[in-house]
Design a protein around this ligand. Structure first.
Ligand code: 15L
Length: 272
């Protein structure tokens, strides 16, 4: 499949990976960010706009066959900052898609929407068994994202795929990441699957690579057509040498959201 994708947050980390990978998979890009994207490629369109500017977002969405919404604050912050950038920003993205007649939206959700969910005793954790249980204001914004996505499917008939992204990094940097890593190439593959899957309706899927130590079930993502290629285990020896084997009773390893569920992330640390 192919078509024109409006990509918000195009200058960010995942946005940059997608700018590299989606054109190779046949997608034309209209890259939007609040700052100019560097090194615009031949054929790539560029829009400088704030995702919370509904009029600008609606203009930018015209003619696109899908919107990939990666914009927003990518970690914990103050409530005013999170609610504006992430909740208002997601509303504007979905509303712009509806107003401009864009039929499909892919949302950069997060595992932190369900961060306090404990690791199961054995087996894999399915998305349906991990309802909203946010670990931070950031996590709350990702719950709101899932709620808004669901609303726009049921009320307006859009297709919306919300990716509960794990740790999207060039390389795993901690032993938690041995389970939660999403590689750059797999991020491209996951978004491509979310863009291509026939009539997904509203779908929420974990976004991780094919890690040996995964405990989040990838069946739902695979059902969309996602075929992850990378495995964090290739980094295990070096990380375990420094940090030791993970203690699964430690919240960092025993809860979906890891360190976001610890005192270090108390709201008091993030007041304006
Ligand atoms: C996320 O959603 C954040 O964007 C990122 O900063 C990491 O905290 C990541 O999750 C993670 O859980 O490792």
């Amino acid at each position: 499949m192919s078509g024109l994708v409006l990509l918000s947050g195009a200058a960010g980390r995942i946005g940059t990976w997608l700018r590299g990978g989606l054109p190779e998979r046949g997608w034309a890009l209209r890259s939007l960010d609040v700052v100019p994207v560097p090194d615009v490629r031949p054929g790539e369109e560029q829009v400088v706009a704030d995702v919370t500017d509904l009029a600008a977002m609606t203009d930018a969405a015209r003619g696109a066959s899908a919107l990939v919404h990666m914009a927003g604050i990518s970690g914990e912050s103050t409530w005013p900052a999170i609610s504006h950038a992430n909740i208002e920003g997601t509303y504007c993205a979905l509303e712009a898609a509806r107003l401009a007649g864009v039929p499909r939206v892919v949302l950069a959700g997060s595992n932190h929407a369900t961060g306090y969910t404990p690791r199961p005793d054995g087996g894999l954790l399915r998305e349906v068994d991990a309802p909203p249980r946010p670990d931070t204001y950031y996590g709350v914004s990702k719950v709101a994202m899932e709620g808004l996505g669901s609303l726009y499917v049921d009320r307006y008939g859009l297709d919306v795929v919300c990716l509960r992204i794990g740790s999207a990094l060039a390389e795993p940097a901690s032993t938690r990441h041995l389970s939660t890593w999403l590689s750059p190439a797999d991020a491209v593959s996951l978004v491509d699957a979310a863009l291509t899957a026939p009539s997904p309706g509203f779908s929420v899927v974990w976004g991780v690579s094919a890690n040996t130590r995964n405990w989040w079930d990838l069946s739902a993502a695979r059902a969309l057509g996602y075929e992850p290629q990378d495995d964090a285990e290739v980094y295990a020896e070096a990380l375990l040498e420094v940090h030791g084997e993970p203690d699964l009773t430690d919240p960092v390893h025993g809860r979906v959201g890891g360190e976001y569920t610890t005192a270090e992330f108390d709201a008091e640390q993030f007041t304006a």
